[in-house]
Design a protein around this ligand. Structure first.
Ligand code: BG6
Ligand code: MG
Length: 991
């Protein structure tokens, strides 16, 4: 990657830092915002000279406490892990002329803090008026090196502004009590918070004076401090160092302080872990390099919304800071920035954070998965404790691997966590091609897949659909439901991936050994596939939405929900859970979550219905909610809603939108704010063979760009009003797709114009299935019965023509006339013959390639309509199993004029909410081609040029029609949508 590609422009600099002044720069919220971390340690943004409480987080520093129940039942969680804040490595106590300065009582005149995302440093400058009325300036630069060990480096400058004196700077550790106030004691999002009680231990033989040891419960810590202050006297003292210096007014005492930290459980720390860089300048240089590497694959920009760009830079930087570098740990809900949720790891590590890491720092995505693989035995034990005969169930919340939730209805019942881990594994493997890890993780994948067969069954009353029972989805305002939509959707993905992986291992001759080890046979794998194929994911016939679960749509809405909204805080703080469970109210949208993750293909119209319906009953009390709603809204082209939801997650902590940023940063929402950029606005989908994009530009922005890595290559997308330019920044050429058009991004940038096309309208008979033949056979039988001359040749003219006009053509051809009553009887007779032939129709009668084509169209964001002259069309698409694939099905009985009049195509376009020019039609009959043209649309003919001379493009069979060809036909026939408006340097995609 060239230097220039990494250079950050003057303008970008403005969005590459978080600056806060005055009261906004101090306090609990600022402590979380200005947290620094590197996956091995996190330290809150404390004020060195004032904050004396423990404020550092080391992944291994957690304690385990028993959970007590008055009434206990088999399988209840028995203990919980709680991450404890470790002694602060930044505490600075100042004495002037032998007297301590009480910064608690001093007046903070001014303070300014800057977290710089371009060089990875936190800078602060504060001016104090101390008790004597004198003023003092303290400036501190702080680094937690992203590519280093558990270490906090500080460069401190102490400057008396208007006095002289003998200064002593005590560089010690913050272990004073502190923590949550009484007001927070009942908040389940922070409960379990412990008052940390650290003991300073005696040194062990061989410890140097610069080492301090602490302990609490099973946790042992050792800090080694290195202090440099060339112009002053430095001495090691108990638990720290003291620096002494005479200062004149305006003089500066400069101190570099580097604290290396290590943690061990149940044994003393081996000091080897504390070896590392001690020179501040070298650490700063290393940090600059690490940050450059990070932005090398993660840089982005938004032209037209600096505030949002700055928020996203903050969000992404914080995610990368908290990403675990230790395979014994994942990322807590609050990362390493606070004590919220006891430091537990939840599903959001896999579903929100890991996808970002897989696309920017895949090694760290792997670390999260390695953590799960390492806890497989604990997950097996958890499944056994819940009474499952086989398989593994990951705990809902945990650190060491055991279930730590005492509330199983919203804890262990969230079986979807197994599917989330499988989803993350599949995504990581796709993004990296790391086959070795796929093989290594296969045991976990199979053991977790087994759980679905434990909690689900083929339901004979639902045509043997696979149904799951007694589960809780991500929305914790419903619990222990049957067929949670998200759970079923992720289970389907999981089961299919597990079955695919079994085949993949077989092909590598690696299946047998693993299968024998876990007693897995072919039948079990075949059952996974069967369950995936038969998964129950229904559409409610009346509302046209996917029910969140079997009972959700039937429950009453929560009275006064709309009125109370979130102004009174989350419902979970105000209602007994059972009140919430029995109402139609959601903390976050399970169906919308499944949509955002592309777990289920559905027409845009249905996505819209789901979005509207669940938007109405969702409180967004979870910070995760806005992420999926933003992605869904952006993909639906609902810019206003998408921008609102995007801001909601992007600013969740910067504006303390949930009032609890002081517990730590909401890592999943922060990660999600980038997912909204890539998956929402960029339309990125990762469920196909190659990454596919559908970049949209909201009116409020002039453009935006973002990067991602895939299989070791880094590409950048630059989106503007006309389309998107794809550039390869490093690695091998990469295959991607834009609006369904596949191409390679290689040495030359590729520009893909945004298509004007928004919908494709299909004829049915002869296009999607072979009913054209059945219509012919039915007419032939009718003609034979009544003695009219008719044959296949004569039938050509009937194609696409409605029933009564067809009979008129037959009578004309035969030179016959019949009176009205007989005419109608003949129509009914033909229809009976035709419908009898339909009896054997099933999804197998769908023409080859149609299912894939529909998937591709949806991925490209195109709507799908049906405009058939047949009054039987509704029944035929039901028999074919595709009735819920259409955004709109035009009713032949409701239009005034049949094909070749344009009415039915116009009605279909209107039904999809599109203008005719935004649509294209696909037909196999001349009458249909004429109708499409009369409607002002481009016509694709399925058939020969000879048969369909007027069509704009011809294909012998629907199976050969691809999204790329559809878009190129629009381009060929409508110059306005061409691909040739860019400078020569940019290669244009050819379809
Ligand atoms: C069209 C077919 O799609 O529908 C014709 O191409 C058919 O052959 C017409 O006559 C009407 O169908 P139905 O099912 O309403 O009789
Ligand atoms: Mg037809």
């Amino acid at each position: 990657m060239g230097e220039d590609e990494l250079a950050i422009s003057e303008h970008d600099c403005e969005t590459m830092r978080l600056v806060r002044r005055g009261a906004d720069a101090t306090g609990d919220q600022a402590a979380a915002l200005f947290a620094l971390a590197n996956g091995l340690v996190g330290v809150e943004g404390v004020i060195d000279e004032r904050d004396a409480a423990p404020c550092a987080y080391l992944p291994d520093a957690y304690v385990s406490r028993p959970i007590g129940y008055h009434e206990s039942f088999p399988g209840y969680a028995t203990a919980t892990d709680t991450r404890v804040a470790c002694p602060g490595p930044a505490l600075l106590r100042l004495h002037v002329d032998g007297k301590p300065i009480d910064f608690g009582a001093a007046e903070l005149l001014d303070t300014e803090r800057t977290l710089d995302f371009a060089d990875g440093q936190l800078r602060r400058i504060s001016r104090w008026r101390i008790a004597t009325g004198r003023t003092l300036e303290i400036a501190v630069d702080r680094i937690v090196p992203l590519a280093g060990g558990a270490c906090v480096a500080s460069r401190i400058r102490i400057r008396p502004l208007d006095f002289a004196g003998h200064f002593q700077a005590w560089l010690t550790y913050g272990i004073d009590g502190g923590g949550a106030g009484a007001a927070e004691a009942d908040d389940p999002r922070i409960s379990g918070r412990l008052r940390p009680q650290w003991t300073i231990n005696l040194p062990l033989p061989g410890d140097t004076p610069s080492v301090t040891r602490f302990s609490q419960d099973a946790v042992a810590l050792a800090y080694r401090q290195h202090v440099a202050s060339p112009a002053a006297q430095v001495a090691a003292v108990h638990a720290g160092h003291v620096v002494r210096s005479e200062l004149v007014a305006g003089g500066i005492l400069a101190i570099d302080r580097v604290v290396a930290m290590a943690c061990a459980r149940g044994r003393p720390v081996d000091l080897v872990a504390l070896n590392g860089a001690t020179d501040f300048d070298a650490i700063a240089e290393g940090q600059r390099a690490a940050v450059r590497t990070l932005w090398g694959s993660a840089a982005f920009a938004i032209d037209g919304d600096d505030a949002l760009a700055a928020a996203l830079h903050f969000d992404l930087f914080q995610l990368h800071q908290s990403a675990s570098r230790d395979p014994n740990h994942s990322i807590g809900a609050k990362g390493l920035t606070g004590e919220g949720y006891e430091g537990h790891y939840f599903w959001d590590a896999e579903t929100f954070m890991l996808p970002v890491l897989a696309l920017q720092a895949p090694e760290q995505a792997k670390t999260l998965l390695a953590y799960r693989v390492g806890k497989l035995d604990r997950a097996r034990a958890h499944a056994a404790a819940l009474g499952h005969r086989r398989g593994a169930l990951y705990p809902w919340r945990t650190i060491a691997g055991d279930e730590c939730s005492s509330h199983y209805p919203t804890g262990s019942a969230q079986y979807h966590i197994n599917g989330d881990i499988a989803y993350a594994l599949a995504l990581y493997v796709a993004a990296t091609g790391d086959d070795a890890f796929r093989a290594e993780a296969a045991e976990m994948l199979f053991e977790t897949a087994r759980i679905w067969m434990e909690i689900g069954a083929f339901d004979p009353r639902r045509d043997r659909a696979f149904c799951t029972h007694g589960v809780t989805g991500p929305d914790e305002y419903s619990a222990l439901v049957d067929n949670d939509f998200y759970t079923n959707a992720i289970a389907r993905r999981h089961l299919a991936y597990a079955a695919d992986t079994a085949n993949w291992l077989r092909a590598r001759n690696e299946f047998a050994v693993l299968a024998a080890a876990i007693d897995l046979d072919d039948k079990e794998v075949a059952d996974w596939r069967k369950a995936a194929d038969a998964m129950w994911l229904p559409v409610d016939p009346a509302l046209g939405v996917n029910p969140q679960d079997d009972a959700f749509l039937g429950r009453p809405e929560l009275p006064g929900l709309a009125a109370s909204g979130d102004r009174h805080g989350p419902l979970l703080m105000r209602y007994h859970p059972m009140i919430l469970f029995r109402h139609q109210v959601a903390k976050q949208g399970n169906v919308v979550q499944a949509m955002a993750m592309d777990l289920v293909g559905m027409p845009l119209s249905q996505q819209r219905r789901n979005f509207d319906y669940y938007g109405r009953v969702t409180t967004h009390d979870s910070t995760l909610s806005s992420v999926s709603f933003a992605i869904a809204a952006a993909r639906l082209g609902d810019e206003k809603a998408a921008l609102e939801f995007h801001r909601e997650c992007a600013f969740v902590d910067l504006e303390d939108r949930h009032g609890n940023t002081s517990h730590g940063l909401h890592m999943a929402a922060l990660a999600g704010s980038w997912l909204v950029l890539a998956q929402g606005w960029g339309g990125l989908r990762l469920d196909g063979a190659i990454p596919s994009f559908r970049p949209q530009l909201p009116d409020a922005w002039k453009g935006y760009r973002f990067r991602m890595q895939w299989r070791g290559s880094v590409i950048e997308l630059a989106v503007d009003a006309a389309g998107c330019t794809y550039r390869l920044l490093s690695g091998d050429p990469l295959a991607v797709a834009d609006h369904g058009r596949p191409f390679n991004v290689g040495a030359e940038p590729v520009f893909a114009e945004r298509p004007g096309l928004k919908g494709v309208i299909f004829d049915l008979d002869g296009v999607l299935t072979d009913t054209a033949e059945d219509h012919y056979q039915a007419w032939q039988a009718l003609a034979d019965t009544h003695g009219f001359a008719f044959d296949r040749e004569a039938n050509h003219r009937l194609k696409g023509v409605d029933r009564s006009n067809s009979l008129r053509l037959i009578l004309d051809h035969a030179g016959a006339q019949v009176e009205a009553g007989r005419f109608d009887a003949m129509l009914a007779e033909k229809n009976d013959i035709y419908r009898a032939r339909l009896a054997g129709y099933s999804p197998a009668n769908l023409f080859e390639g149609v299912a894939e084509l529909f998937d591709g169209l949806r991925a490209a964001g195109l709507k799908i309509g049906l405009a058939s002259a047949s009054r039987n069309a509704g029944d035929v698409v039901r028999l074919l199993g595709i009735s819920d694939q259409f955004d709109f099905i035009a009713d032949a009985g409701a239009v005034a004029h049949a094909k070749p009049a344009p009415d039915i195509f116009l009605a279909c376009a209107a039904g999809m909410g599109l203008s005719p020019e935004q649509c294209i039609g696909v037909e196999d009959a001349q009458a249909g081609i004429s109708a499409i043209h009369a409607a002002g649309m481009v016509a694709i003919g399925i058939g020969s040029e000879e048969a369909l001379p007027d069509a704009d493009m011809h294909l012998p069979a629907i199976g050969q029609l691809t999204v790329a060809r559809i878009l190129s036909s629009e381009q060929e026939t409508a110059p306005r949508a061409g691909f040739s408006t860019r400078p020569d340097k940019v290669e244009e995609i050819s379809c």
